[in-house]
Design a protein around this ligand. Structure first.
Ligand code: UDP
Ligand code: MN
Length: 243
């Protein structure tokens, strides 16, 4: 039997949301023994998302976890995007999962099905390259002679774990042995803070996937935003998510 896989996906309402979740749902439909935890940065659930998830045939949980207002109302500087969502997902896993592996999969990235095959056997924390991120083009553990020897990232920022959210997966049992592990509301340091909270755990203990980190199996794609305009009666597009 395949170990269970839990995919934690933060999402939030914007015109592109249904397109992103449609694409991701169609990827996940190809992955066996999977539970999709979709957590929206909102105060209440959206019927259109519920309908999309239901139609997918996937095993899913749809929850909400709004960004705290102190961050939401910030006018300058980056916000901790998706953090309350991911912590809600971690809470669900603590309450409902006993074994398997979880992975933070943002709604807008692009995932090779091979990724899900490989992360499923994570014993502690596995890592692998993420493509199309920053001007560096890729973020990845550096592997020398099959051994971890540092992080390559466009922004190291003094981090112990200089990785992107899409670049690691974690064993459920490993998490359950660390009841205080949590993601901090600290823009730029979400991954580092979470991985540090998995202490005791050191970078050299990372399980290196994607053929010793020589293959890109996930891309940090970002969807271009259009200026929203409502030239005609949008009410007829009752699945537009715009109104
Ligand atoms: N997100 C969210 N609330 C927000 C902004 C983003 O829940 O206010 C989610 C978003 O759906 C995505 C994740 O958090 O799954 C990361 O956001 P985004 O893709 O915008 O960040 P980036 O591509 O810059 O890492
Ligand atoms: Mn993104």
């Amino acid at each position: 039997d395949l170990p269970p896989l839990f995919i934690i996906t933060p999402t939030y309402k914007r015109p592109e949301q249904l397109a992103e979740l449609t694409r991701l749902s169609h990827t996940l439909m190809h992955v066996p023994n999977l539970t999709w935890l979709v957590i929206e940065d909102a105060y209440k659930r959206n019927d259109l998302i519920e309908e999309l998830l239901s139609r997918s045939g996937l095993r899913y949980q749809y929850m909400v976890a709004p960004m705290p207002v102190e961050f939401k109302n910030k006018t300058r500087g980056p916000k901790p995007r998706g953090v309350s969502n991911r912590n809600k997902g971690l809470q669900w896993i603590r309450q409902n999962a006993k074994s398997g592996v979880f992975y933070f999969a943002d709604d807008d990235n692009t995932y090779d099905l091979e990724l899900f095959k490989q992360i499923r056997y994570t014993k502690r924390v596995s890592m692998f390259p993420v493509g199309l991120i920053t001007k560096a083009g890729v973020s990845s553990p550096i592997v020398r002679n099959g051994v971890f020897s540092g992080f390559y990232d466009g922004w190291i920022g003094g981090r112990k774990f200089a990785v992107d959210m899409a670049g690691f997966a974690v064993s459920v049992e490993f998490l359950l042995l660390r009841p205080h592990a949590v993601m901090p509301f600290k823009p730029g340091f979400e991954e580092d803070g979470f991985l540090k909270s998995l202490s005791p755990f050191e970078p050299k203990q990372v399980e290196l996937l994607a053929t010793n980190c020589t293959k890109i199996l996930v891309w940090h794609t970002q969807t271009k935003k259009n200026e929203p305009s409502l030239p005609i009666d949008m009410n007829k597009y009752n699945n537009s998510n715009l109104i």
